[in-house]
Design a protein around this ligand. Structure first.
Ligand code: NAI
Ligand code: MG
Length: 795
């Protein structure tokens, strides 16, 4: 007797191609080529240099697309600048209506867009139809809501201006939606450059903008290659750059925008861990892996590309994975039963092939399913599992961006965390365990911006997405994502103290500490909970406004900063302490400071020559500010996002770790306190460089720290030349974020040096430190990064 089960096993899938006549007709109608979309119109395609776009599944040409020049970018930015005046002034409700109309229109055309995307990119129609397009529409709907609510939900914020947006080829229309929807909702206008491999859905989107009557110039699309993107990044009329792509180009952009004051968000590469504990539901984990690494041919920035599995179940899991891989279907992306389509380009295929060969060379065992025959034409790559991979081997470290999974084992949860965090990236992670305590404990310890528990690759417009470390900074989606397209008014407020300090105010090693000096009045550095002599052995004279020496301060150098970072690294417990504990310590600091008001007042007067009244006010405000952040320490809450799927999506505000603070020259005590307190209240450890001209109020502060139970290493104070120290701090790989409020420090230098580990830099600009503009949520927000943890709920 024939069993149904056996019949099912031997049955072949019939072809199930999705029709593409409508797309072919559209391409035929544009056979003369595509121009740019600038100021509400398409430019004449015959007027530009152009390049060919092909279907990766068969290599056949699809269209001829204009290659944008610096002049094209210039026109587009000018159009966006003109449109900004009207668009930013529109009531949020009016902008909401446009975004809503775009969302509706996308839904109306979703089949067309899905097919076009599949032909342009090579990804399976099942994914463009069921994942990309619904998320694109969802993003515009969600942000139509933010446009409506902007005024009431973001008081004190305004749109940034013209946004330059550069996107990659892996999710072309989805990345466009992630960029354009929040930008427009917040009142900005945009110039977007799609990837050269996949510009077609962006051009179809331009047609939608026309159809819904979006005002001319609000959205501009300039197609082109890397040089087109570079021209956009460099343009002076652009106030913000948003980039998704490779970490290498992210660094180039960080460097190119250095000192320009342009707001920047970077969403870069990843090598995200997929951690399977021995108590996991292994069959679910296997399905999870399919979605983690074989979704979108593995060309996903947050792909679960590093499988970390607990030793005892490793062979069992590998066997299940191999068996499941045998059932994956590689083939025509337009076929509805295809799981894995074509890789985007020959270049990408070569890269993947070379990396797999390298893995083999380095000793990995490579498995590809015997059942899979990749098509003879087109850029296809079979799903691949590499086992026996060493944590330091190339394939375990480098982003492959293809359907290639590398696997390693661990013994204990601690080891899993260490392995998971053993990467320069920090985009995402996936944790598989039936034990909720273990899952959440591990989630808290992973350094990644997005964490999925018993799930993977979940996205939603309501949840922020973005990385830690070299995966970039800034978030897309959710409330946290909107800040990337807003400027806070506080930054505009110029106080009477806002004047810049000339670099000549920087100290020089004039006064050497004289060993014979009976009273050593030299203020030392404060590192790891102890006073420390500067490594240089030098100090500099601190002068009052009439040029009289009022003391000596240590001339800190590179070595002192390194020591401070080392001490900070040992104080890791501070971030894990409860916010209540941190609040208690801040209150204690405030209390101890208020007990020494007279002393600090006298110091300020002697050092800066201010009146008694002014000095008294500064000290009393420093006490209040410390109270303010003590009060806020346990109120900088995260959120539970209302994502579309049944999850408790926790948006946790996590400290960066170690922060570098370049304090303002003016308001030597209050400026110092205004930066240090929010940073440590949020759970960071801090290396602070106080005012160089007036460092003594900050150096006196160590006595307060000493008597307030602040753990050693949480706050180190390094005096010296702010410019030199800034460079060292910006360069330092273990310093995760940097605030520069010192007007004498060259912002360009700091930005450039920060490109190494891609730390976010806040060049805060001048503030009136006595005003309440110089305190508040913005400081806490800048002292934290949002980690979104998706916890299954209800099903
Ligand atoms: P890429 O970073 O060069 O390209 C991304 C976008 O940046 C494209 O629109 C490109 O035209 C533009 N671009 C290139 N150079 C630029 C410059 N100097 N200034 C401004 N814009 C510039 O990425 P590519 O070469 O396509 O892929 C290389 C590798 O990058 C991949 O193998 C993958 O590992 C990674 N990647 C990561 C992505 C992510 O989502 N995080 C997306 C695409 C690639
Ligand atoms: Mg490139």
């Amino acid at each position: 007797m024939v069993h149904v089960k056996d019949v099912l096993k031997s049955m072949e899938y019939g072809p199930a191609p999705e029709g593409n006549e409508h797309v072919l007709a559209w391409l035929e109608a544009h056979k003369g080529g595509f121009g740019h979309f600038i100021d509400g119109r398409f430019t004449d395609p015959s007027a530009s240099k152009s390049f060919k776009v092909a279907n990766p599944a068969d290599g056949k040409p699809l269209a001829q697309v204009a290659h944008g020049t610096a002049q094209d970018i210039d026109k587009a930015v000018a159009a966006a600048g003109r449109a900004f005046k009207g668009w930013s002034k529109l009531p949020g409700h009016e902008r909401a209506k446009y975004l809503y109309a775009i969302a509706r229109n996308i839904q109306k055309r979703d089949r067309f867009l899905a097919v076009l995307e599949t032909m342009d990119n090579g990804k399976p129609i099942r994914e463009t139809r069921d994942i990309d397009m619904p998320l694109v529409a969802r993003h515009f709907y969600h942000h139509a809501g933010w446009a409506e609510l902007l005024e009431s939900e973001f008081p004190g914020y305004r749109p940034v201006g013209v946004c330059g947006q550069i996107i990659p080829w892996n999710f072309p229309l989805l990345m466009l939606a992630w960029k354009i929807a929040p930008a427009l909702a917040a009142g900005n206008t945009v110039v977007l450059k799609p990837a050269e491999q996949t510009p077609l859905t962006a051009l179809a989107f331009a047609e939608i903008c026309r159809e819904v009557g979006l005002p001319a110039g609000v959205v501009n699309i300039v197609t082109g290659e890397g040089d087109t993107g570079a021209a956009l990044v460099a343009h002076e009329g652009v106030q913000k750059i948003a980039f998704t792509g490779s970490t290498d180009v992210g660094r180039v952009i960080r460097t190119a925008t250095a000192g320009s004051g342009k707001k920047l968000s970077l969403e870069l590469g990843g090598k995200s861990p997929f951690i399977v504990f021995d108590d996991a539901d292994l069959d679910s984990a296997v399905e999870g892996l399919v979605d983690a690494i074989w979704f979108n041919q593995g060309e996903v920035c947050c792909a679960g590309s590093r499988l970390l599995v607990q030793e005892g179940i490793a062979e069992k899991l590998y066997a299940k994975v191999r068996a499941r891989m045998e059932t994956l279907r590689v083939g025509s992306p337009l076929d509805k039963s295809t799981d894995i389509g074509a890789v985007v380009s020959t270049e990408q295929l070569e890269r993947i092939t070379a990396l797999v060969a390298k893995g083999k060379e380095e000793g990995a065992e490579v498995f590809q399913p015997s059942s899979i025959q990749v098509p003879g034409t087109g850029t296809f790559f079979a799903p691949t599992l590499m086992t026996g991979v060493e944590p330091a081997s190339t394939v375990a470290v480098v982003e492959i961006f293809g359907p290639v999974l590398v696997a390693m084992t661990f013994r204990t949860p601690d080891e899993a965390v260490a392995l998971a965090n053993n990467t320069r990236f920090g985009l995402a992670a996936s944790i598989w365990s039936e034990n909720i305590n273990r899952s959440l404990d591990v989630a808290a310890r992973l350094k990644a911006g997005v964490i999925w528990i018993n799930a993977t690759n979940l996205f939603d417009a309501a949840a922020g997405f973005g990385g830690y470390r070299e995966s970039g900074f800034g978030r897309e989606g959710g409330r946290e994502g909107l800040y990337e397209y807003l400027a806070d008014d506080g930054a505009k407020a110029k106080g009477k103290e806002a004047a810049k300090v000339a670099l000549t105010a920087a100290p020089s090693p004039t006064a050497q500490i004289a060993a014979v000096d009976a009273v050593d009045r030299t203020a030392k550095l404060y590192i790891g909970g102890k006073q420390a002599r500067p490594d240089s052995g030098y100090s500099y004279a601190v002068l009052n406004p009439s040029g009289k020496q009022v003391g000596l301060a240590g001339l800190g150098n590179r070595k002192d900063v390194r020591n401070a970072v080392e001490a900070a690294a040992k104080a890791e417990g501070w971030g894990a302490a409860t916010a209540h504990n941190r609040a208690q310590i801040l209150y204690y600091i405030a209390e101890n400071l208020s007990a020494r008001v007279d002393e600090f007042e006298a110091r300020l007067r002697a050092m800066t020559g201010v009146s008694k009244r002014d000095a008294a006010e500064e000290v009393s405000l420093a006490v209040r500010r410390t109270f303010f952040y003590a009060g806020f320490a346990d109120k900088h809450d995260g959120a539970v996002h209302s994502t579309k799927s049944r999850h408790v999506t926790l948006a946790m505000n996590e400290p960066f770790g170690i922060m570098g603070l370049l304090c303002p020259e003016e308001a030597p005590l209050l400026g110092f306190v205004s930066l240090v307190m929010p940073a440590i209240a949020a759970g960071n450890r801090v290396v602070a460089v106080p005012s160089a001209r007036h460092p003594l109020a900050a150096t006196d502060f160590y006595q307060i720290i000493d008597t307030s139970d602040v753990p050693a290493g949480v706050l180190s104070i390094v005096t010296g030349n702010p410019g030199e120290l800034a460079k060292t701090i910006a360069d330092h790989d273990e310093i995760a974020a940097l605030w520069n409020f010192n007007g004498s420090v060259d912002a360009a230098l700091v930005d450039k040096a920060s490109a190494g580990n891609l730390k976010p830099v806040w060049n805060g600009g001048a503030r009136n430190w006595r005003s309440t503009d110089a305190q508040g949520r913005e400081f806490l927000r800048r002292a934290t990064q949002v980690k979104n943890i998706w916890v299954p709920y209800g099903e």
